[in-house]
Design a binder for this molecule. Structure first.
Ligand SMILES: [Zn+2]
Length: 400
């Protein structure tokens, strides 16, 4: 067969097959092919759409991450600026009175990252309150000259100054949580104004400068210039905050402003003594008794009230402090029984079956695990940490 014939034959068969109408089976196959084609096209389109969505999501994630980082950075550079209205005074402890800053009605202060400003064992040598006819606006903690003084929270140094008749060498730190802390009677500064610090960073050395007899740290917590008893926020005995959130309330009574404030949860209520106040009148106003006020404040019914003195008018914190003491008992037996008690409380509460432990000085994961009858691995798993994670004082660890 010549090549010509072959080509002719091929051509014939080709024309013939093209001309032959499609059998039903072939039709079916062709339809299938078309359908599959469409599907593939659709899938491809979907994939592109999906990719676009992914890209958009990644971008927005990235944006919000960048925004978060930016906000965090801004928070460090201008801590609690929304409260302090850009007032950044490097001279006066309380420049806010003049500036007519209004106190919010209430404000939640995150105290969860608190670190004790002293490294030695806590020894409160003088409490907050009236003292020798003047108000003692902070708490005194025993330190030796040269002891390291640490920032209580992350923050930025607002003041580094000297006051001969008062604070001596002192530092004021503004924190993103809205508080300002003051550290007085220092011997040496380790920071400069506008420095950013982390909670626990060394900021100064303890001393005995200014109005001070015997070396100690004078420590204040203020909110928009208003002093708050540091012991209302911090359990100094255990070196941790009473609660993660301290709620500042600016309560108006009879239209008068801010002579009462309460703390979170337990609704501790204070009254600041004004001219003409008597224990009887205060007791009536807060629905309590003179004897109760005396008990809460260590007063006698004949005690002379001083102007500006803060009188505790409700019991809340006393019971709470007592329970904290109970939990932290060093005696092995009491620790076990208190943790048992904790478990019972947990079992009976239906909606919350998690147990938390707040880290105190000297705690290790092993010790915590033993205390709560669990394992280090389990605690790591519950808290997303590893065995080598450094435990931060005051941090809450989930134990069950
Ligand atoms: Zn003091």
């Amino acid at each position: 067969m010549s090549i010509r014939t072959l080509l002719f034959l091929c051509g014939f068969f080709f024309v013939a097959s093209a001309a032959t109408p499609l059998t039903p089976v072939k039709k079916k196959v062709a339809n299938r092919m078309r359908q599959m084609d469409t599907k593939v096209t659709e899938l491809m389109a979907d994939r592109v759409g999906f990719k676009k969505e992914m890209a958009a999501k990644e971008l927005s994630d990235l944006n919000s991450k960048m925004l978060e980082a930016e906000l965090a950075e801004e928070d460090k550079m201008f801590p609690a600026d929304e409260l302090y209205g850009s007032i950044w005074d490097n001279r006066w402890v309380n420049p806010y009175k003049k500036e007519d800053l209004t106190l919010p009605d209430s404000f939640r202060i995150d105290c969860s990252t608190f670190v004790l400003p002293v490294t030695s064992e806590v020894n409160v040598t003088s409490k907050y309150g009236p003292r020798r006819r003047r108000m003692h606006r902070g708490i005194d903690l025993k330190v030796q000259i040269g002891d390291t003084i640490r920032a209580a929270f992350d923050g930025k140094i607002r003041i580094k100054n000297y006051e001969r008749r008062g604070y001596g060498y002192y530092v004021v730190v503004r924190h993103p949580n809205g508080l300002e802390t003051i550290y007085g009677h220092l011997s040496h500064f380790l920071v400069d104004v506008n420095d950013q610090v982390k909670a626990g960073d060394p900021i100064a050395l303890g001393g005995n400068t200014g109005r001070s007899t015997g070396s100690h740290l004078h420590f204040e917590t203020r909110f928009l210039g208003k002093d708050i008893d540091p012991a209302d926020i911090i359990d100094f005995e255990n070196g941790v905050p009473h609660e993660d959130l301290y709620v500042f309330h600016n309560v108006k009574i009879n239209g008068r402003n801010s002579n009462v404030y309460t703390s979170s949860g337990d609704q501790m209520v204070y009254h600041r003594v004004k001219s003409g106040d008597t224990l009887g009148a205060i007791a009536r106003r807060y629905g309590t008794s003179v004897s109760q006020l005396c008990k809460l404040n260590g007063l006698k019914s004949t005690s002379v009230l001083r102007l500006g003195q803060a009188i505790r008018c409700s019991a809340g914190s006393t019971t709470r402090t007592a329970s904290v003491k109970n939990e932290s008992g060093n005696d092995e037996k009491s620790t076990v029984s208190s943790s048992k008690k904790k478990n019972i409380t947990v079992e009976t509460s239906s909606d919350n079956n998690a147990t938390y432990h707040r880290i105190k000085s000297g705690d290790t994961l092993g010790a915590i695990a033993r205390k709560y009858g669990t394992s280090v691995g389990k605690i790591c798993e519950l808290n997303g940490i590893s065995k080598t994670t450094t435990l931060r004082l005051g941090r809450s660890l989930r134990c069950s």
